[in-house]
Design a protein around this ligand. Sequence first.
Ligand code: 4AD
Ligand code: MG
Length: 466
Amino acid sequence: MEILRTKVIDLLKKAAGEEVLAKGWVRTKRGNKEIAFIALNDGSTVKNIQIVVDKTPETEPVLAKIGTGTCISVRGMLVESVGSGQALEIKASSVEVLGECDPMRYPLQKKDTSFEYLRTVAHMRPRTNTFGAIFRLRSQMAFAIHEYFHSKGFVYLHTPLITASDAEGAGQMFQVTTLDLENVPRNKKGKPDYAKDFFGKQTSLTVSGQLEGELGATALGEIYTFGPTFRAENSNTPRHLAEFWMIEPEMAFYDIKDNMDLAEDFIKHLVRYALDNCRDDIQFLNDRYDPELVQRLESVIGTEFVRLEYTEGIKILEEAVANGTQFEYPVSWGVDLQSEHERYLVEKHFGKPVILTGYPKDIKAFYMKQNPDGKTVRAMDVLFPKIGEIIGGSEREADLGKLESRIDELGMSRRNLEWYIDTRRFGSCPHSGFGLGFERLLLFITGMQNIRDVIPFPRTPKNAEF
Ligand code: 4AD
Ligand code: MG
């Protein structure tokens, strides 16, 4: 009689006494003269199901073909396990090899299981318990994000990936062109003639969906974007990717305080969701790599984030320096905080997440609402233990005159931004938003140390493999 395949996650919830069919990849095979034990994993859970196979003239040739990485199909009876370590196992009545795996060439056979090595075989690393756990968590968190905003009535807005404007004004964009680089058409001034390019103008991959998000918020009320973002910053750090995913909510009628409240609630909700719904994977990562992981996640949920002015933050850091703390980068009013400074505030000084506001306008983007002091803007960065900045956002400058003069002051071109400035010309409203770096969130939730290990195929300087 035909039976349907059951995933391992569901097998482990069943009661003994049922005939089942399991399919997956062998993690390990061991045994003695009479019996073979196979640990089978199919990616549905970090847990394996143990398969017990009697060695007979019939099974021996099949077993000989089975080793780590082999893909097999097993039919048998689900029974209570006598061995320790698992409650249930499958007593196999038939085993079939679906795909052999040459142990001499299988990249995960190697003794070297360092994260550095596994990055060089990123096409195979999801087969490991660790990366299985991480990518399941990644998927669950994406779902939790959509669910959170939908439950609040936010509209999911798809913003373009190809754009002619530099939202952050930091000039870190990847150009998109179909011009022949061997033979670039030139204009009268000898510059590349972008009128001849695919879009008739110079275009790049977006660094943020925010500007288009603001168009959405000032029409639909509350929107969010969730998509890939690209930055050509040459920073080879454990916290930067050239291609990362960002979640950007944008809300009409929110001021900076409402914005902070939402950011705090949002991130706490996501951490709670992970603890409630992804416990096996988190526990696995906790037990194997980071014994404080669960506790760190719980502590964030149970605490009120500190809200602090940048100016106050600088004072604390200057005092720390005066008292002997050494930072690689100097601190004084006006500097952009480095991750070491952010982590000092969060981990050493307050011992909890900090939302820093009121940054100097010169280190923040053109669109942020200017404070009456003429020096600072209503920016807010959410700083997290182990990570530093996890969220960046602000109340937006809603005043047409102030926005235009800031654009001019920074020497930006108004021509490419006329469509954006229209939001302030026609029915301008107070509004705010922020961006959560999805991989930074995943660093926090998984306890991983390097951002390359929380995205399936990382893009970083000099690396676009797979
Ligand atoms: O602070 P950022 O640059 O803010 C913006 O892009 C705004 N437009 C967001 C908004 O207000 N709608 O980036 C937001 C977040 C950072 O806090 C960080 O978590 C993440 O995006 N991020 C990166 N993550 C990985 N690799 C990079 N190179 C990142 N750059 C920023
Ligand atoms: Mg930022």
